[in-house]
Design a binder for this molecule. Structure first.
Ligand SMILES: Cc1ncc(COP(=O)(O)O)c(C=O)c1O
Length: 319
């Protein structure tokens, strides 16, 4: 995969109720989420519009609905509705004078023990906080596709750790898998459950195409049912591509005509190889290419008008 230096964080952050310079948005070492992984996060993208100028957030309400669901699970009270979170995000983009594709990272977290709470791991009796940062980010995977390995790390069951929510502590599993893959020379890892069924990649969902039909593991499996996954299922329907939620194992991936990953960060990224086995012709296939084309148009407001409700315009005053 192309490795690029991470661009600088945007100058302003939203931090605990105020817009502040990023450099001043610090946290104490005693932050509970730092010690116990009791935070939740989202990854949201804003893109410049197809017709130039305007900035649009993609499915921001869906992201914040998932964020608030994740918060509820960890008893994190942000004190904000979805509408308010969207408005704070738009204001953050405005305060940063954002004019380029940007990745936004809302983080809800357990902060400090409230008076009378015994020290130790827990969720109740701990104060909550919300911070949002952003940084410029365009596409970071090569359009020519990536190479994945199957991780030796097993995806935990949702009964052990809530996989359907974006809980910071749970991402230790993803980090170990991604690190193992990169150390072995691969771009990303595909994680299986303890019965050998494909769950997802380190930060993306997995699709396989077989005889023109698109398969992806069911949303009820031990995976994060991604918003991009949902977008791809809708775009596939528009294109007349048959889709099904279906359990997959590693041999299903190896025998597939195409495999690709989907996620807010990664977009739609073809997988050319899984653990040394070329997928199809070992290059991006027609279904992934077509979906990636339509996805790229859709996120910038150039797609089907039926999907324009996925877009939220951000008015940026250029001074
Ligand atoms: C573990 C995991 N699976 C899947 C996804 C894809 O989700 P989405 O398409 O909502 O970004 C992500 C990224 O958020 C992720 O972290």
């Amino acid at each position: 995969m192309t490795t690029r230096a991470r661009p600088a964080i945007a100058a302003m952050a939203y931090h605990q109720g105020a817009f502040v310079p990023f450099a001043e948005a610090g946290l104490p070492l005693t932050t509970q989420a730092l010690q116990y992984g009791t935070g939740v996060f989202e990854g949201i993208r804003a893109h410049t519009c197809a017709d130039g100028g305007k900035l649009v957030l993609f499915r921001v309400r869906d992201h914040y609905e998932r964020f608030l669901r994740s918060c509820r699970l960890l008893r994190i009270e942000t004190g904000h509705t979805v509408d308010e979170l969207v408005e704070i995000t738009c204001e953050l983009l405005r305060r940063n004078g954002t004019t380029a594709d940007t990745y936004l990272r809302p983080l809800g977290y357990k902060l400090a023990l409230l008076p009378g709470t015994r020290p130790g791991v827990g969720l109740s009796g701990v104060s909550d906080a919300l911070s949002i940062t952003g940084f410029p980010m365009g596409a970071y995977t090569p359009p020519g596709g990536i190479r994945c390995t199957v991780s030796s790390w097993v995806r935990p069951r949702s009964a052990a750790i809530p996989i359907h929510a974006k809980v910071t502590g749970g991402y230790v599993n993803n980090a170990l898998a991604a690190d193992e893959a990169r150390a072995a020379g691969y771009d990303d890892a595909i994680l299986l459950d303890d019965r050998g069924r494909v769950c997802e990649a380190s930060t993306a969902n997995v699709f396989a195409a077989r005889s023109g039909r698109l398969l992806t593991p069911p949303a009820t499996a031990d995976l994060l049912p991604g918003i991009t996954r949902d977008t791809v299922l809708a775009l596939a329907a528009d294109l007349g591509i048959e889709t099904a939620e279906h359990e997959l194992d590693v041999s299903d991936l190896r025998c597939a005509d195409e495999v690709f990953l989907t996620g807010t960060g990664i977009g739609i990224t073809p997988v050319n190889e899984v653990s040394g086995h070329p997928i199809g012709a070992g290059e991006p296939g027609p279904i992934a290419r077509s979906l990636a084309h339509h996805y790229a148009r859709t996120i910038r407001g150039g797609g089907d008008v039926r999907h324009h409700h996925w877009l939220t315009s951000v008015r940026i005053d250029q001074g």
